[in-house]
Design a protein around this ligand. Structure first.
Ligand code: FAD
Length: 556
């Protein structure tokens, strides 16, 4: 197996771009979200020569802005989307097996209240069907709790209208890290993936078929031309922008809805379990405890603004704060309690007469007369299956054009980078061992849990580097993480590191404020930034910190 992992070192960018320009790829993927990275892995592991380009950072689009659940989508059952629930339900267990440190069990509490979305019988039956469709077995199957037992599990639900609850299995992840591990695994299988390369337009061969792309290198504004036999457009919310450039935007089109999540300190909403609860307008939202915070989401509103700049507005924050205060009587959150947030766009397929929440989350593939293959819709959870479906189309095209039959997909058995654990117990054992190694330096369980959840087995590389340093403080551990990101994960900006590689912008924003100066200095040194670039990066980071925690009044 030919690997191209060395290109994941940030300083190897010149070689990476040279390889992109001088190779005639079998398949070029546009978009480094979960969909594009999943396709690159599937195609590369079938032996194709694969390139992937992403206009910003990997996962910087919707794939770092989801609810971060690998879930079957209980609410889709209410809309009788049986096939979708069955497929994504089953995918949960597969993705968990491929990265057990990163896709972890998360039990959900579904309170049953008078006048709520689900009654007792419907909850019990619905959750049972959900388990059956997803093939959930043994201890993980749903249990129904009485009112008393519910309050034992979650005392914050103390209210007269509480009747009981359902307790069922889902999985939690970090969407950006999942995307990056899939990308790195694709590179391990020979794919050539580059961030900060934007496709400007398409090249067409003599017969009018798409045969390549013209791009801009967003780090230095240079131009790049890439050739490929087949081009897949996996650009998420930008899918239609590219279809338009191919002159093939007709028939079905995207319908974008905005989803916002808020982060509050755990003590402001001290939940023991993730809770999926009712909002007075008939929707349901999640509140999920994670490390030292709880996050809440999501909204679902039609979006007509700038798709390159999606932010949390005051009314989004107020909606979620009101929803929490309405459901948890002893909690009185206020918008100023929110310490971070994120806002993303769902690239859904337009359906006449349906509201944002009613539109199906199914994915669809469009094959243009010029041969551009586009995919839109879908979910993080279903990325592997979406990649298989795209590869069915690509395989058919290759068979038709060249008479070659591609091997079957095998991503079901390809463990993601860092995920080589036998089971959950092995993850726990590894965490304990990391915790022991950190104890002499005044650190322990919390740091070990964070590192293993983020990097899995790759934590050993970070710890080894950390132990080789002259000083061994918490900051040195953070610098060891940065060293890893620079050498193995293609970071080019401070936000790449603080957001998509470490999740700190959302889950530990205070640590950014504390350590940003040192991290920026280290990055400037390692990546040979000019003083202007250093200043620009510092400014961009300030804007990201401000936007995550301040919410302007919107137009609607
Ligand atoms: P993206 O992640 O947006 O990736 C597309 C990429 O293409 C972008 O990074 C973009 O920069 C790049 N691009 C665009 N144009 C160009 C160009 N010209 N050249 C190069 N690159 C380009 N799913 C779940 O399974 N579980 C959940 O809990 C969940 N919660 C969600 C909550 C919210 C609020 C939202 C919005 C979605 C949620 N989803 C969830 C759905 C899931 O997040 C998305 O389906 C998924 O992330 C989409 O990934 P993608 O790769 O298709 O798009």
């Amino acid at each position: 197996m030919k690997t191209n992992q060395t290109y994941c070192a940030s300083l190897n960018r010149d070689k990476l771009l040279h390889h992109l320009e001088t190779t005639h790829f079998d398949l070029l993927v546009i978009g480094g979200g979960i969909t594009g990275c999943g396709i690159a892995l599937d195609a590369a592991s079938r032996g194709l020569k694969v390139g992937l380009v992403e206009k910003n950072d990997f996962a910087s689009g919707t794939s770092s802005r989801s609810t971060k659940l690998i879930h079957g989508g209980l609410r889709y059952l209410k809309q009788f989307e049986i096939v979708l629930v069955r497929e994504v339900g089953r995918e949960r267990a597969i993705v968990h097996r491929l990265a057990p440190h990163l896709v972890v069990n998360e039990k959900m509490l579904l309170p049953i209240v008078e006048g709520g979305t689900f009654g007792k019988i419907l909850t019990s039956f619905g959750l049972m069907v959900y388990d059956v469709l997803a093939g959930v077995e043994g201890e993980d199957q749903r249990v129904m709790f009485s009112r008393e037992r519910t309050l034992q599990e979650e005392s914050l639900l103390e209210m007269d209208i509480l009747k009981g609850s359902g307790f069922y299995a889902e999985y939690r992840t970090d969407d950006a890290r999942l995307t990056i591990e899939v990308m790195k695994t694709a590179c391990e299988h020979g794919a050539v993936c580059a961030n900060y390369i934007e496709v400007d337009d398409f090249q067409y061969n003599a017969s009018g078929r798409v045969g390549g792309v013209n791009c801009t290198n967003k780090l230095d504004e240079g131009k790049i031309s890439i050739k490929a036999d087949y081009v897949v457009n996996a650009a998420g919310p930008w899918v239609d922008t590219l279809r338009k450039k191919d002159d093939s935007l007709n028939g079905k089109h995207l319908y974008l809805t905005k989803g916002v999540h808020l982060v509050v300190p755990h003590e402001k909403l001290p939940l023991k379990h993730a809770v999926y609860f009712d909002v007075p307008d008939g929707r349901m939202i999640f509140a999920i405890p994670r490390q030292q915070v709880t996050y809440i989401g999501t909204t679902d509103t039609e979006y007509k603004g700038d798709i390159n700049h999606v932010i949390t507005e005051h009314q989004d924050a107020q909606y979620l704060v009101d929803a929490v205060n309405n459901f948890f009587p002893s909690i009185s959150l206020a918008v100023p309690d929110v310490i971070s947030s994120w806002a993303g766009l769902r690239p859904l397929i337009h359906e006449e007469g349906k509201s944002a929440s009613e539109i199906s989350r199914k994915d669809e593939i469009f094959l243009s007369p010029n041969g551009l293959i586009s995919i839109a819709g879908g979910k993080l959870t279903g990325y592997r299956k979406m990649a298989e479906r795209i590869m069915e189309v690509v395989s058919k095209e290759i068979k038709k054009d060249k008479g070659i039959r591609l091997p079957e997909g095998r991503t079901k058995g390809i463990v993601l980078m860092g995920g080589a654990y036998e089971n959950d117990k092995a993850v726990k054992k590894h965490t304990e061992s990391i915790s022991k190694q950190l104890m002499p330096f005044g650190m322990g369980q919390a740091e070990a849990e964070y590192l293993v959840a983020n990097y899995g087995k790759q934590t050993d590389i970070i710890i080894k580097h950390f132990l080789e340093q002259a000083t061994t403080t918490y900051l040195d551990l953070l610098l060891a993480e940065l060293w890893f990101a620079l050498n193995y994960e293609m970071v080019h900006t401070a936000q790449d590191f603080f957001n998509r590689r470490t999740g700190r912008l959302y889950f530990d924003i205070g640590s950014i404020r504390k350590y940003k100066k040192t991290i920026l200095q280290e990055m400037a040194l390692a990546l040979h930034w000019s003083p202007e670039r250093h200043q620009q990066e510092a400014g961009a980071l300030e804007i990201a910190l401000h936007e995550a925690s301040h919410f302007p009044e919107g137009e609607s």
